[in-house]
Design a protein around this ligand. Structure first.
Ligand SMILES: [Zn+2]
Length: 102
């Protein structure tokens, strides 16, 4: 059994990381997502739709499965930031987009 080189371990770590980036969403597990917001336009980096996109909403529901209040606080802070970045959008539109799906 040959000893593993540090380089081999690096490769293993990268493989594990890629595995976590896979689309599988497990409730309670932090998700590294491609579907993050691109600022200041608040479009999804993964699918170029208004953030949070349908995919990200599914991920957020899974990530905050045990903490719906935390999810609301998080999205509320996003809403505040987005309303400053998108001053042309009405508060009602943004509220619907960020919190209306919960
Ligand atoms: Zn997306």
């Amino acid at each position: 059994m040959p000893r593993r080189s540090p380089r081999g371990e690096d490769h293993d770590a990268r493989t594990l990381h890629d595995h976590h980036r896979h689309d599988g969403v497990r409730p309670g597990w932090p998700t590294v997502t491609r579907h993050g917001p691109v600022l200041p336009t608040w479009m999804c980096a993964g699918c170029d739709r208004p953030w949070p996109c349908a995919r990200r909403r599914i991920e957020l529901r899974a990530e905050y499965d045990q903490a719906p209040v935390s999810l609301r606080l998080y999205l509320g802070s996003c809403l505040v930031a987005a309303s400053q970045d998108m001053s042309w959008a009405t508060a009602g539109t943004l509220h619907h987009r960020f919190l209306g799906w919960l």
